[in-house]
Design a protein around this ligand. Structure first.
Ligand code: NAP
Length: 221
């Protein structure tokens, strides 16, 4: 089962939709259980009988699952993880999709903030402690594209210091038709991937689209 903390938003619900279509069991988490239930019902309706989708509060969601995906705004990431820390199962893989956009402090969505730990993902790793391993992934997947019926023409760069976390994140990425998972090395590289996502927002604005993504070439894979 995959928990998506902050799964009521466009990014989390888009991932939920894609994984439910792939037959996975998805738990949508929210600060408000009723909001999570409503969001889960919408996703379930759109996928029919394919996967199972449930909505619960964030704490219950992380207690239920060994794989947790985090899709909340950077402004709420630290406080939420502090609150959730005692509820993670030992050995949980946390996959962080947070982009530290400057909007968190009233700035532009085309800029990222400097994060003391180096990246939002490294901040997450520091906050959840050693019982939880962290991968950074899914930053490049536009919610608009995730909510469409089309294959996703985009690579997902996965960064982690832990091989199992990298593998779990990569397998989840490849469950989305069209997506290729690319090993992006250590978790510290998340700072580059997060910043590249702010560039994707610039590209969306300049080219008047909502689904800019990227493909890596020359890797022989
Ligand atoms: N949207 C995209 O296309 C996209 C693409 C790549 C990466 N991302 C990244 O993915 C993350 C989620 O994106 P999004 O567009 O789905 O964001 P969002 O709609 O702003 O937020 C997602 C969910 O997070 C919860 N939330 C909001 N503020 C919170 C806070 N202060 N503390 C705890 N929970 C809070 C809300 O759920 P409840 O109110 O139900 O708790 C909300 O529905 C962001 O970090 C974003 O940068 C987004």
């Amino acid at each position: 089962m995959i928990a998506i903390v902050g799964g009521t938003g466009p990014e989390g619900s888009g991932l939920a939709l894609r994984w439910a279509r792939a037959g996975e069991s998805v738990i949508i988490g929210s600060r408000d259980a009723e909001r999570a239930k409503a969001s889960a019902a919408k996703v379930a309706e759109s996928v029919g009988h394919l996967g199972s989708v449930e909505g619960v509060d964030n704490v219950t969601a992380v207690k239920m699952c060994d794989t947790v995906v985090l899709t909340v705004p950077f402004a709420g990431q630290a406080e939420l993880l502090k609150q959730l820390k005692p509820s993670f199962r030992p050995g949980t893989v946390l996959i962080d999709a947070t982009v530290p956009l400057a909007t968190a402090v009233g700035g532009r969505p085309t800029r990222v903030l400097g994060v003391w730990q180096g990246s939002a993902a490294e901040q997450a790793a520091e906050l959840v402690g050693k019982n939880v391993t962290v991968a950074a992934a899914f930053h490049s997947l536009s919610s608009t594209v995730l909510h469409s019926d089309q294959p996703v023409d985009c690579d997902v760069i996965v960064c982690s210091d832990d091989e199992r976390a990298r593998q779990v994140a990569s397998e989840l990425a490849t469950k989305i038709p069209g997506v290729r998972a690319i090993d992006g090395g250590k978790l510290e590289n998340a700072r580059i991937v997060e910043a590249m996502t702010a560039l994707l927002i610039t590209l969306n604005i300049r080219h008047k689209v909502h689904g800019a993504g990227w493909r890596v070439t020359g890797l022989g894979i």
